[in-house]
Write a protein of this length. Sequence first.
Length: 464
Amino acid sequence: GNPVVEYSLRKDKGNWKGAFFGMEEEKQLLREAWPLNRNGNQYRFIHKSLLEYCVARALFESFDACIAPQTHSRRASDASVYSFENEPVLRPPTLLDDPLTPQHWLGDLGVVRLLTERIVQEPAFKEQLLAIIERSKTDPTVRRAAANAITILVRAGIQFNGADLQGIQIPGADLSEGVFDSAQLQGADLRKVNFRKSWLRNANLNGAQMASVRFGEWPTLQEKSDVTSCAYSPDGKACAVGLENGAINVYETSNWEKICTLQGHTSAVRSVVYSPRGQQIASGSEDRTVRLWDAHSGAPGHTLQGHTGWVRSVVYSPSGQQIASGSEDNTVRLWDVTSGQCLAVVQDFSGAVYSLAWKTTPNGDYLVTGCGDKSVRVWQVIEEKGRYQVRLYWSSTHDRLNLTDTTIQGVQGLSRVNQQLLQQRGAVGEPSQSLNVREATKKSVASQFKMPSHRETLDTSAVT
């Protein structure tokens, strides 16, 4: 529980806080003697161990109210029948409606330690807890105490292999990591019980009440082919699973029943994604295509063709009007969802594009790519008069020259080697055919040593 108590003179008049925090001298003296610290209108225990003790004490008293123990060898408390006195100082407890449930104290390791250590130190306490569980079979008034009792026993490592637990009432108990092999639990009230990592081999649960029971796990989906991709719908109510055999199974997540199977790809589905509004599914495959599907009916839409390698990743734009696909052909393609036309091709990669993300900001649309060349790049997607351009905005690495679509028409002075390099890196156009410096120098030197022709020799002789 919350170790801090707030008291207001006006708001808490007439309740237990008013009775305890009143201004009378006797009550002030009592508060001074109590292990509490005050900070304004807040009170807290001077040490957490006191809170742990009080919680454990409340549980002890609830157990005593259910089944009176038969020995006086336990806790030294003048409020308990386990006092060092021959007779309890206080009157025997009456049956209480215990306000504490396992969820109130189980997360406090100090309380758990106090309770489980008592199991080891006092065999009578263990027997009392087992008796409370047994009584719950016929007395529903002790079911909350029984839930606390069996939770403590499980935490102490007590095993219930083959135990006769038919008809026990322990709603809300935490039996996680408990051992109940071959246990008889027919007709038991197990509502909201936590069975996380429990062993229940050969147990009999026939007729048990198990509403809202928790196992800490979801059932696995058994597919007939390897799962290569999967995606939740935006509302989380459906999940699409891409398979190695080219199929896509769509499931309803509330019960994991299959809604439909999307058939069309001829090879493994490497990427599957829902549109932002959940109306459409896009999938990329090893068959080098991107396919669109109606998310509700499963009807096929456009087949987007153009990649020459496996499609590894697919993503919708935030508006849902465009799709980007990354491929092992070292390109990213932008597509129009409505028409299926290719809007742009980005070729500035030296490896397969394995991952894509698309985000819209006040400054524009940005596409992020993760590539097999060990780079992460951010691209700005620009639309101008119906035409799309994708421009590099940021890159994690600049390890090579990049000149995609750079025009070099009529450039002068380029050597043939550099001309080839620029064109290989994506430059377009033809540079000028003028000679470069080295070739011009060679021609000049050759002209100086050129041998005269026969006619030139005759002309020279005539002049002489």
